[in-house]
Design a protein around this ligand. Structure first.
Ligand SMILES: Cc1cc2nc3c(=O)[nH]c(=O)nc-3n(C[C@H](O)[C@H](O)[C@H](O)COP(=O)(O)OP(=O)(O)OC[C@H]3O[C@@H](n4cnc5c(N)ncnc54)[C@H](O)[C@@H]3O)c2cc1C
Length: 277
Protein backbone atom coordinates (compact mmCIF):
# COMPACT_ATOMS: atom_id res chain seq x y z
CA UNK A 1 0.00 0.00 0.00
CA UNK A 2 1.17 3.57 -0.70
CA UNK A 3 1.06 6.46 1.74
CA UNK A 4 -1.80 8.95 1.36
CA UNK A 5 -0.26 12.23 2.49
CA UNK A 6 -1.85 15.67 2.24
CA UNK A 7 1.37 17.48 1.32
CA UNK A 8 5.08 17.91 1.90
CA UNK A 9 7.25 20.93 2.70
CA UNK A 10 10.94 21.13 3.57
CA UNK A 11 11.63 23.67 6.31
CA UNK A 12 14.57 26.08 5.84
CA UNK A 13 14.99 26.76 9.55
CA UNK A 14 13.19 26.30 12.87
CA UNK A 15 10.95 29.36 12.48
CA UNK A 16 9.90 28.20 9.01
CA UNK A 17 9.14 24.72 10.35
CA UNK A 18 6.98 26.13 13.16
CA UNK A 19 5.10 28.38 10.71
CA UNK A 20 4.49 25.45 8.34
CA UNK A 21 3.09 23.38 11.21
CA UNK A 22 0.89 26.24 12.37
CA UNK A 23 -0.56 26.79 8.89
CA UNK A 24 -1.45 23.10 8.46
CA UNK A 25 -4.77 23.23 10.36
CA UNK A 26 -3.82 20.47 12.78
CA UNK A 27 -2.72 18.14 9.96
CA UNK A 28 0.99 19.08 10.17
CA UNK A 29 3.34 16.24 11.02
CA UNK A 30 7.07 16.58 11.70
CA UNK A 31 9.19 14.35 9.45
CA UNK A 32 12.67 13.64 10.87
CA UNK A 33 14.38 10.36 9.89
CA UNK A 34 11.09 8.90 8.65
CA UNK A 35 11.90 5.43 10.01
CA UNK A 36 8.70 5.19 12.07
CA UNK A 37 6.52 7.81 10.39
CA UNK A 38 6.90 6.58 6.81
CA UNK A 39 6.10 3.01 7.89
CA UNK A 40 2.94 4.29 9.63
CA UNK A 41 1.99 6.29 6.51
CA UNK A 42 2.55 3.31 4.22
CA UNK A 43 0.33 1.17 6.44
CA UNK A 44 -2.27 3.99 6.35
CA UNK A 45 -2.26 4.16 10.15
CA UNK A 46 -2.47 7.88 9.48
CA UNK A 47 -3.61 9.69 6.29
CA UNK A 48 -3.84 13.25 5.00
CA UNK A 49 -0.84 14.47 6.99
CA UNK A 50 1.07 17.50 5.74
CA UNK A 51 4.67 16.48 6.25
CA UNK A 52 7.02 19.16 7.51
CA UNK A 53 10.52 17.88 6.80
CA UNK A 54 12.92 19.22 9.46
CA UNK A 55 15.99 17.33 8.28
CA UNK A 56 17.71 20.53 7.03
CA UNK A 57 17.65 22.22 10.47
CA UNK A 58 21.41 22.27 11.10
CA UNK A 59 20.99 23.77 14.61
CA UNK A 60 19.17 20.61 15.70
CA UNK A 61 22.02 18.28 14.82
CA UNK A 62 25.11 17.20 16.73
CA UNK A 63 26.36 16.90 20.31
CA UNK A 64 27.73 19.85 22.33
CA UNK A 65 29.40 20.07 25.72
CA UNK A 66 27.32 22.50 27.81
CA UNK A 67 29.40 22.32 30.99
CA UNK A 68 27.56 19.97 33.31
CA UNK A 69 25.37 18.56 30.54
CA UNK A 70 25.52 17.31 26.99
CA UNK A 71 23.16 18.97 24.53
CA UNK A 72 22.15 16.43 21.90
CA UNK A 73 20.37 17.90 18.89
CA UNK A 74 17.09 16.15 18.14
CA UNK A 75 18.20 15.42 14.57
CA UNK A 76 21.35 13.58 15.65
CA UNK A 77 21.11 10.16 14.09
CA UNK A 78 21.33 6.94 16.10
CA UNK A 79 24.59 5.94 14.36
CA UNK A 80 26.15 9.35 15.11
CA UNK A 81 25.28 8.96 18.79
CA UNK A 82 26.87 5.53 18.86
CA UNK A 83 30.24 6.84 17.71
CA UNK A 84 30.26 10.34 19.23
CA UNK A 85 33.25 10.78 21.60
CA UNK A 86 31.37 13.15 23.95
CA UNK A 87 28.47 10.70 24.27
CA UNK A 88 30.82 7.76 24.77
CA UNK A 89 32.69 9.62 27.51
CA UNK A 90 29.81 11.33 29.33
CA UNK A 91 26.61 9.42 28.55
CA UNK A 92 27.82 5.92 27.63
CA UNK A 93 24.32 4.49 28.16
CA UNK A 94 23.15 6.17 24.95
CA UNK A 95 26.11 4.88 22.96
CA UNK A 96 25.54 1.35 24.24
CA UNK A 97 21.80 1.55 23.51
CA UNK A 98 22.45 2.22 19.82
CA UNK A 99 23.76 -1.34 19.38
CA UNK A 100 20.31 -2.64 20.38
CA UNK A 101 18.29 -0.43 18.01
CA UNK A 102 17.15 -2.06 14.78
CA UNK A 103 19.73 -2.42 11.99
CA UNK A 104 22.44 -0.27 10.41
CA UNK A 105 20.16 1.15 7.70
CA UNK A 106 17.64 2.35 10.29
CA UNK A 107 20.35 3.64 12.65
CA UNK A 108 21.79 5.68 9.77
CA UNK A 109 18.47 7.51 9.21
CA UNK A 110 16.60 7.45 12.54
CA UNK A 111 17.09 10.39 14.92
CA UNK A 112 17.11 10.51 18.72
CA UNK A 113 14.48 13.26 18.64
CA UNK A 114 12.26 11.12 16.43
CA UNK A 115 12.62 8.13 18.74
CA UNK A 116 11.78 10.22 21.81
CA UNK A 117 8.90 12.13 20.20
CA UNK A 118 7.48 8.86 18.83
CA UNK A 119 7.45 7.46 22.41
CA UNK A 120 7.25 3.79 21.50
CA UNK A 121 7.13 1.94 24.84
CA UNK A 122 9.50 -0.69 23.39
CA UNK A 123 12.15 1.82 22.24
CA UNK A 124 15.51 2.18 23.94
CA UNK A 125 16.16 5.95 23.86
CA UNK A 126 13.06 7.01 25.83
CA UNK A 127 14.07 4.69 28.69
CA UNK A 128 17.69 5.90 28.49
CA UNK A 129 16.45 9.50 28.77
CA UNK A 130 14.43 8.54 31.83
CA UNK A 131 17.32 6.74 33.51
CA UNK A 132 19.67 9.64 32.84
CA UNK A 133 17.25 12.35 34.04
CA UNK A 134 17.22 14.17 30.70
CA UNK A 135 15.49 17.46 29.94
CA UNK A 136 13.67 17.99 26.64
CA UNK A 137 14.01 21.36 24.88
CA UNK A 138 10.81 22.00 22.96
CA UNK A 139 10.13 24.99 20.68
CA UNK A 140 6.83 26.49 19.58
CA UNK A 141 5.84 29.78 17.96
CA UNK A 142 5.55 31.23 21.50
CA UNK A 143 9.16 30.31 22.28
CA UNK A 144 11.05 27.47 23.96
CA UNK A 145 10.21 25.43 27.05
CA UNK A 146 12.09 22.74 28.93
CA UNK A 147 10.28 19.57 29.98
CA UNK A 148 11.86 17.20 32.54
CA UNK A 149 11.77 13.67 31.22
CA UNK A 150 9.60 12.50 34.13
CA UNK A 151 6.79 14.70 32.74
CA UNK A 152 7.41 13.97 29.05
CA UNK A 153 6.12 10.44 28.40
CA UNK A 154 2.38 10.38 29.05
CA UNK A 155 1.11 7.17 27.47
CA UNK A 156 1.74 4.84 24.52
CA UNK A 157 2.96 7.05 21.63
CA UNK A 158 1.84 10.10 23.66
CA UNK A 159 4.07 12.85 25.03
CA UNK A 160 3.87 16.34 26.54
CA UNK A 161 4.62 17.87 23.10
CA UNK A 162 1.78 20.24 22.23
CA UNK A 163 0.29 20.65 18.75
CA UNK A 164 2.75 22.52 16.53
CA UNK A 165 5.76 22.09 18.85
CA UNK A 166 9.10 20.61 17.83
CA UNK A 167 11.54 18.77 20.06
CA UNK A 168 14.87 20.47 19.27
CA UNK A 169 17.34 19.00 21.77
CA UNK A 170 17.80 16.60 24.65
CA UNK A 171 20.05 17.62 27.56
CA UNK A 172 21.59 14.87 29.66
CA UNK A 173 23.72 15.34 32.78
CA UNK A 174 27.31 14.31 32.25
CA UNK A 175 28.25 11.16 34.15
CA UNK A 176 29.69 11.90 37.59
CA UNK A 177 33.04 10.39 38.62
CA UNK A 178 32.51 6.68 39.29
CA UNK A 179 29.05 6.68 37.73
CA UNK A 180 28.02 3.44 36.03
CA UNK A 181 25.40 3.18 33.28
CA UNK A 182 24.19 -0.07 31.73
CA UNK A 183 21.42 -1.28 29.43
CA UNK A 184 20.15 -4.86 29.32
CA UNK A 185 17.49 -6.32 27.08
CA UNK A 186 16.21 -9.56 25.61
CA UNK A 187 14.99 -9.66 22.00
CA UNK A 188 14.07 -12.68 19.91
CA UNK A 189 16.56 -11.74 17.16
CA UNK A 190 19.28 -9.13 16.92
CA UNK A 191 17.66 -5.85 15.84
CA UNK A 192 14.14 -6.76 16.97
CA UNK A 193 12.35 -4.61 19.51
CA UNK A 194 13.03 -5.97 23.00
CA UNK A 195 10.64 -8.35 24.73
CA UNK A 196 11.76 -6.55 27.91
CA UNK A 197 14.59 -4.18 28.72
CA UNK A 198 15.98 -1.85 31.34
CA UNK A 199 18.52 0.91 31.88
CA UNK A 200 20.30 1.19 35.23
CA UNK A 201 22.36 4.19 36.34
CA UNK A 202 24.27 4.36 39.63
CA UNK A 203 25.21 7.95 40.41
CA UNK A 204 26.80 8.90 43.73
CA UNK A 205 25.49 5.71 45.37
CA UNK A 206 21.89 6.31 44.18
CA UNK A 207 20.15 4.33 41.45
CA UNK A 208 17.82 5.19 38.58
CA UNK A 209 16.14 2.21 36.93
CA UNK A 210 14.05 2.73 33.79
CA UNK A 211 12.08 -0.07 32.13
CA UNK A 212 11.02 -0.44 28.50
CA UNK A 213 8.79 -2.92 26.72
CA UNK A 214 7.11 -3.82 30.01
CA UNK A 215 4.12 -1.45 29.98
CA UNK A 216 2.35 1.34 28.08
CA UNK A 217 5.27 3.77 28.43
CA UNK A 218 8.83 3.80 29.74
CA UNK A 219 8.75 3.96 33.54
CA UNK A 220 11.02 4.50 36.53
CA UNK A 221 10.82 1.54 38.90
CA UNK A 222 10.92 3.60 42.09
CA UNK A 223 10.41 0.80 44.63
CA UNK A 224 13.22 -1.22 43.06
CA UNK A 225 15.40 1.90 43.01
CA UNK A 226 14.90 2.37 46.76
CA UNK A 227 15.87 -1.26 47.41
CA UNK A 228 18.98 -0.87 45.24
CA UNK A 229 19.92 2.28 47.17
CA UNK A 230 19.70 0.12 50.31
CA UNK A 231 22.04 -2.46 48.74
CA UNK A 232 19.45 -5.26 48.60
CA UNK A 233 19.37 -6.76 45.09
CA UNK A 234 16.89 -9.56 45.93
CA UNK A 235 14.45 -7.04 47.42
CA UNK A 236 14.91 -4.87 44.32
CA UNK A 237 14.04 -7.77 42.01
CA UNK A 238 10.92 -8.58 44.04
CA UNK A 239 9.91 -4.92 44.12
CA UNK A 240 10.45 -4.59 40.36
CA UNK A 241 8.29 -7.62 39.58
CA UNK A 242 5.55 -6.20 41.81
CA UNK A 243 5.55 -2.70 40.32
CA UNK A 244 5.37 -3.59 36.61
CA UNK A 245 2.34 -4.96 34.79
CA UNK A 246 3.64 -6.07 31.40
CA UNK A 247 1.18 -6.81 28.57
CA UNK A 248 0.76 -10.18 26.86
CA UNK A 249 0.91 -10.23 23.07
CA UNK A 250 1.94 -12.53 20.23
CA UNK A 251 5.62 -12.13 21.18
CA UNK A 252 5.48 -12.99 24.89
CA UNK A 253 3.15 -13.31 27.84
CA UNK A 254 3.09 -10.67 30.56
CA UNK A 255 4.31 -13.26 33.05
CA UNK A 256 7.34 -14.05 30.88
CA UNK A 257 8.16 -10.35 30.50
CA UNK A 258 7.95 -9.92 34.29
CA UNK A 259 10.32 -12.86 34.73
CA UNK A 260 12.71 -11.36 32.16
CA UNK A 261 12.71 -8.02 33.98
CA UNK A 262 13.98 -9.75 37.12
CA UNK A 263 16.67 -11.60 35.18
CA UNK A 264 17.77 -8.38 33.47
CA UNK A 265 18.00 -6.51 36.77
CA UNK A 266 20.21 -9.23 38.23
CA UNK A 267 22.47 -8.99 35.15
CA UNK A 268 22.57 -5.20 35.32
CA UNK A 269 23.55 -5.22 39.00
CA UNK A 270 26.28 -7.77 38.26
CA UNK A 271 27.66 -5.50 35.55
CA UNK A 272 27.48 -2.44 37.79
CA UNK A 273 29.28 -4.26 40.59
CA UNK A 274 31.89 -5.33 38.07
CA UNK A 275 32.28 -1.63 37.29
CA UNK A 276 31.82 -2.05 33.53
CA UNK A 277 29.97 0.77 31.85
C1 LIG B 1 12.25 -2.28 11.05
C2 LIG B 1 12.41 -1.26 12.16
C3 LIG B 1 12.94 -1.67 13.37
C4 LIG B 1 13.10 -0.76 14.41
N1 LIG B 1 13.62 -1.21 15.59
C5 LIG B 1 13.77 -0.33 16.60
C6 LIG B 1 14.31 -0.75 17.85
O1 LIG B 1 14.69 -1.92 18.04
N2 LIG B 1 14.40 0.17 18.84
C7 LIG B 1 14.02 1.47 18.67
O2 LIG B 1 14.12 2.27 19.60
N3 LIG B 1 13.51 1.90 17.50
C8 LIG B 1 13.39 1.04 16.46
N4 LIG B 1 12.87 1.49 15.28
C9 LIG B 1 12.45 2.89 15.16
C10 LIG B 1 13.61 3.81 14.78
O3 LIG B 1 14.51 3.94 15.88
C11 LIG B 1 13.09 5.20 14.39
O4 LIG B 1 14.12 5.82 13.71
C12 LIG B 1 12.68 6.12 15.48
O5 LIG B 1 11.74 5.57 16.35
C13 LIG B 1 12.00 7.39 14.92
O6 LIG B 1 12.98 8.28 14.52
P1 LIG B 1 12.86 9.03 13.15
O7 LIG B 1 13.88 10.12 13.17
O8 LIG B 1 12.93 8.07 12.04
O9 LIG B 1 11.42 9.73 13.28
P2 LIG B 1 10.22 9.83 12.25
O10 LIG B 1 9.83 8.49 11.76
O11 LIG B 1 10.51 10.87 11.24
O12 LIG B 1 9.09 10.41 13.24
C14 LIG B 1 8.51 9.59 14.22
C15 LIG B 1 7.42 10.40 14.97
O13 LIG B 1 8.01 11.41 15.77
C16 LIG B 1 7.62 12.73 15.33
N5 LIG B 1 8.84 13.53 15.38
C17 LIG B 1 10.05 13.19 14.85
N6 LIG B 1 10.98 14.11 15.18
C18 LIG B 1 10.34 15.06 15.92
C19 LIG B 1 10.77 16.25 16.56
N7 LIG B 1 12.06 16.63 16.51
N8 LIG B 1 9.86 17.01 17.22
C20 LIG B 1 8.56 16.60 17.27
N9 LIG B 1 8.09 15.47 16.71
C21 LIG B 1 8.98 14.71 16.04
C22 LIG B 1 7.06 12.52 13.93
O14 LIG B 1 6.09 13.51 13.62
C23 LIG B 1 6.46 11.14 14.04
O15 LIG B 1 5.20 11.20 14.67
C24 LIG B 1 12.72 0.60 14.23
C25 LIG B 1 12.20 1.03 12.99
C26 LIG B 1 12.05 0.12 11.95
C27 LIG B 1 11.51 0.59 10.64
Amino acid sequence: MKAAVGGYARARDLRHALELLSSADGMGRVLAGGQSLVAALNMRLTTGDILVDISALADCRGVADDGGTLRIGALTRHAEIGRDPLVRAHAPLLAEAVGHIAHAAIRNRGTIGGAIAHADPAAEFPACALALGAVMRVEGLDGPRDIPVEAFFRDTFETALAEGEILTAISVPKAAPGEVQVIQEVARRSGDYALAGLCLVRRAGRHRLALFSTGPKPMLATAAMAALDGGDTEAAISALKAEIDPPSDTQASGAYRRHLAGVLLRRAVARIEGGTR
